[in-house]
Design a protein around this ligand. Structure first.
Ligand SMILES: Nc1ncnc2c1ncn2[C@@H]1O[C@H](COP(=O)(O)OP(=O)(O)OP(=O)(O)O)[C@@H](O)[C@H]1O
Ligand SMILES: [Mg+2]
Length: 256
């Protein structure tokens, strides 16, 4: 039974009137219109909407990767909008895990090297504890047998799982994942989703971008973006169970 999140608590992350413009070669174009949005502890939220509606833009604004053109960003109710790049990097490493659209792994490195790279960038130069944490998160994601294998030899679903393991290396409270189930078949997509559900049950706050309407019904909350505006933001009364469905699909395949 998924735990319910509480919108009356103070949010982990809050956007207030956040907008973003991009220069398209001729002029500045508003890609995200002024948006108020909060992420609460212990929620699994799905963000969907058509291609080009601003999902990646919104996610990178939330992760303090991109600066807003307008508005303010709060992490645990602290205004971090005009924090220095160093301060933002520290906040990012302390609070956020990010799974990029297309996994963004380094093909020529092994699985374990890709997972450790975030820790290395952080300056923690792969201590014993970090290597152990990487090992156990690969284990949990069913990747321990692939640890020394070059990433270029993995399947799409396996790559996505490596990207998730990498995002988890700093043990973040907030995990933001940009289309981690894109380009996967239904079964692999459900497996990835089941991983997010487990991480959510462990108490993490998760936002997942997806185009897949079936995926959306697994969440506590669904946000839909259209042309840079939040067109919908609703709670899901009874989220579907990805683990159960993965099992059912596996059983179905066995009897075929
Ligand atoms: N760095 C950039 N420079 C200029 N324009 C950009 C930049 N990043 C995004 N855009 C534009 O902003 C709009 C929204 O892009 P965004 O990547 O946020 O969409 P999306 O919803 O993630 O789409 P998709 O589902 O295809 O990933 C698009 O029109 C895109 O071309
Ligand atoms: Mg995108």
């Amino acid at each position: 039974m998924p735990m319910k999140y509480d919108r009356s608590l103070s949010p982990l992350l809050r956007l207030q009137g956040v907008a973003r413009d991009f220069y398209d070669g001729r002029q500045n174009r508003r890609v995200l219109h002024p948006t108020d949005l909060a992420l609460f502890a212990n929620a699994l939220t799905i963000l969907s909407g058509p291609s080009g509606s601003g999902k990646t833009t919104l996610l990178t604004l939330m992760a303090l990767i991109l600066n807003p053109s307008e508005g303010s960003v709060f992490v645990k109710e602290r205004d971090v909008t005009s924090a220095s790049e160093d301060a933002r990097a520290t906040l990012r490493l302390r609070h956020f895990g990010f799974v990029f659209q297309n996994a963004a792994l380094i093909p020529a490195l092994s699985v374990i090297e890709n997972v450790l790279i975030a820790a290395t960038i952080q300056g923690a130069a792969a201590s014993q504890a970090v290597v152990r944490r990487a090992g156990s998160s690969l284990d949990r994601l069913g990747l321990s047998d692939f640890s020394r294998m070059k990433v270029e030899r993995l399947s799409g679903g396996q790559k996505q799982r490596v990207a998730i393991a990498r995002a988890l290396i700093t043990n973040p409270e907030i995990l933001l994942a940009d289309e981690p189930t894109g380009n996967l078949d239904r079964r692999s997509g459900l497996e990835i989703l089941a991983i997010f559900k487990r991480l959510h049950r462990d108490g993490r706050t998760i936002l997942v971008v997806t185009h897949d309407q079936a995926v959306a019904e697994h969440a506590d909350r669904v946000i839909v973006l259209k042309e840079g505006t939040v067109a919908e933001d609703r709670n899901v009364a009874q989220p579907r169970d990805a683990e159960e469905e993965t099992q059912a699909l596996a059983d179905e395949e066995k009897t075929r």
